[in-house]
Design a protein around this ligand. Structure first.
Ligand code: SF4
Ligand code: FES
Length: 204
């Protein structure tokens, strides 16, 4: 694999072809925040908190560091006024869904994001897809997926698979940046162990 030299935050960084900006930065000890990235999973590009500013062939652009591949002589800024403004806005939007997420609150402190800027629509899930993708890509079980679309989109366990596979696994729990997953699973557990009972309708 050929070596690529690029500049991140004024430092020369060595990377190899095919690496993303995020991987190159991490290998050089430069931190970029992420909410939907996991090293064992395919890049997903959902949260955009990893947005960085790049200069390439005379153009300045904002890109998702977890998706964008390194290029020779690329200049990357992981913090700038624009980058910080975008991260702040993303956090404010996400906190409308998951106002008590510790991961979001920590980042909010760093970027001066206001937890109460947008009206709360607490669904607790920020659609990072970590649980869904981990179960599919790493565990190959497909026990959890997304249902519905847009703002109504939420995760849901497939009870038949969850009953068999999740008891001894639960590896997706700690991945969740909002801890919604645990609540969803507990609910499913409850439904599985205490299925709602219906009185049979008796014919007269
Ligand atoms: S439940 Fe958590 S891990 Fe799963 S998609 Fe939502 S925020 Fe991400
Ligand atoms: S970490 Fe890059 S888009 Fe979420």
């Amino acid at each position: 694999m050929s070596e690529i030299l690029l500049q991140i935050d004024g430092r020369e960084v060595k990377a190899t072809e095919g690496m993303t900006i995020l991987e190159a930065a991490q290998s050089a000890g430069i931190s970029i925040p992420t909410l939907c990235h996991h090293e064992k999973l395919e890049p997903y590009g959902a949260c955009r908190i990893c947005t960085v500013e790049i200069e390439s062939r005379g153009w300045t652009r904002l890109v998702a560091a977890c998706l964008y591949p390194v290029e020779k002589d690329l200049v990357v800024r992981t913090r700038s006024e624009k980058v910080d403004r975008i991260r702040k806005m993303i956090l404010e939007l996400l906190m409308a869904h998951a106002p008590d997420s510790v991961a979001l609150l920590d980042l909010a402190k760093e970027y001066g994001a206001d937890r109460d800027r947008f009206e709360k629509e607490a669904s607790f899930c920020i659609h990072c897809g970590l649980c869904v993708r981990y179960c599919a890509e790493v565990k190959k079980k497909y026990a959890v997926g997304f249902v519905d679309r847009g703002t109504r989109k939420e995760i849901s366990f497939v009870p038949e698979i969850a009953a068999k596979e999740c008891w001894d696994c639960k590896e997706c729990f700690p991945l969740c940046p909002t801890s919604a997953l645990q609540a969803a699973f507990v609910l499913t557990e409850a439904l599985i162990s205490h299925p709602p009972s219906f009185e049979p309708e008796l014919e007269e």
